[in-house]
Ligand binder design. Structure first.
Ligand SMILES: Nc1ncnc2c1ncn2[C@@H]1O[C@H](COP(=O)(O)OP(=O)(O)OP(=O)(O)O)[C@@H](O)[C@H]1O
Ligand SMILES: [Mg+2]
Length: 230
């Protein structure tokens, strides 16, 4: 199976060498766990190290805010945009159904093979009807597969619930699921990551610690983490 490097140090060791190419990987977790950092890191180094162009669709933070935060890690998306290797998608919230056509044409324009959608949960703020939203998520997955993109789709875990995603469909249209946790252990909070599923891959079944610092996310594949019973 052909694989795409995640560009997150330590992660490929957990998934059998990277994300299977053309797969949809759901990255989910509660607020502040680093989902956006993971998505931007995957996209930025995809272009920088592997010449794989990327498109970022944000329903949450404005593109400018994402770029500004990325600069803090030393990731200059403006430079990639100027070179025609990267696009942030602008959409009209009053015509939200058009956004996936825009996504498709931008992917084709710059021949992108990496896509980040951040987040499906925020898309739900624009689309009130649940069955319509599920249909959009399903169609999005078909489009990304058709265009041969390897995609990171971000969703959200609602604290105190047991589901993997906000709408409960995201994990079923995805080929892989990565869960990020931020949980209290005595007097401190620990960041841990679990590869919930990765189709076609022998993946780690353990919880691994990770950190976020000035160079982004780093996972410790050799270490196991303990968090309290959920
Ligand atoms: N330069 C940095 N150094 C260390 N930690 C950082 C740095 N930048 C961000 N972080 C950590 O990352 C967290 C934010 O990560 P991120 O925005 O990716 O979370 P998220 O899961 O996307 O959250 P949300 O669900 O609110 O969108 C911050 O709360 C902080 O703990
Ligand atoms: Mg975010």
């Amino acid at each position: 199976m052909e694989r795409v490097k995640s560009c997150i140090p330590g992660l490929d060791e957990l998934t059998g060498g990277g994300f299977p190419s053309n797969h949809l990987i759901l990255v989910t977790g509660t607020s502040g766990t680093g989902k956006t950092v993971l998505g931007t890191q995957f996209a930025y180094y995809g272009v920088k190290k592997y010449k794989e162009n990327g498109v970022y669709l944000s329903f949450e933070e404005p593109a400018e805010a994402i770029k500004e935060n990325a600069r803090g890690f030393g990731w200059d998306f403006a430079e990639l945009e100027k070179a025609g290797k990267f696009r942030f998608i602008k959409y009209d919230p009053y015509h939200i159904e058009d956004v996936f056509d825009i996504l498709e044409s931008e992917i084709r324009n710059i021949k992108a093979t990496r896509v980040v959608v951040d987040s499906i949960s925020a898309l739900g703020l624009h689309v009130r009807d649940d069955s319509e939203l599920r249909r959009m998520i399903f169609n999005l997955s078909l489009t990304l597969r058709k265009l041969n993109c390897t995609s990171v789709i971000i969703s959200e875990i609602v604290p105190g619930t047991h589901g993997l995603s906000r709408y409960g469909v995201e994990e079923f249209v995805s080929d892989g699921v990565i869960v990020l946790y931020y949980e209290r252990i005595e007097t401190t909070f620990a960041r841990t990551l679990h590869v919930w599923k990765m189709r076609g891959s022998k993946h780690s079944e353990k919880l691994h610690p990770y950190k976020i610092d000035r160079s982004g996310i780093t996972i410790y594949p050799e270490e196991e983490a303990f968090i309290k019973e959920r």
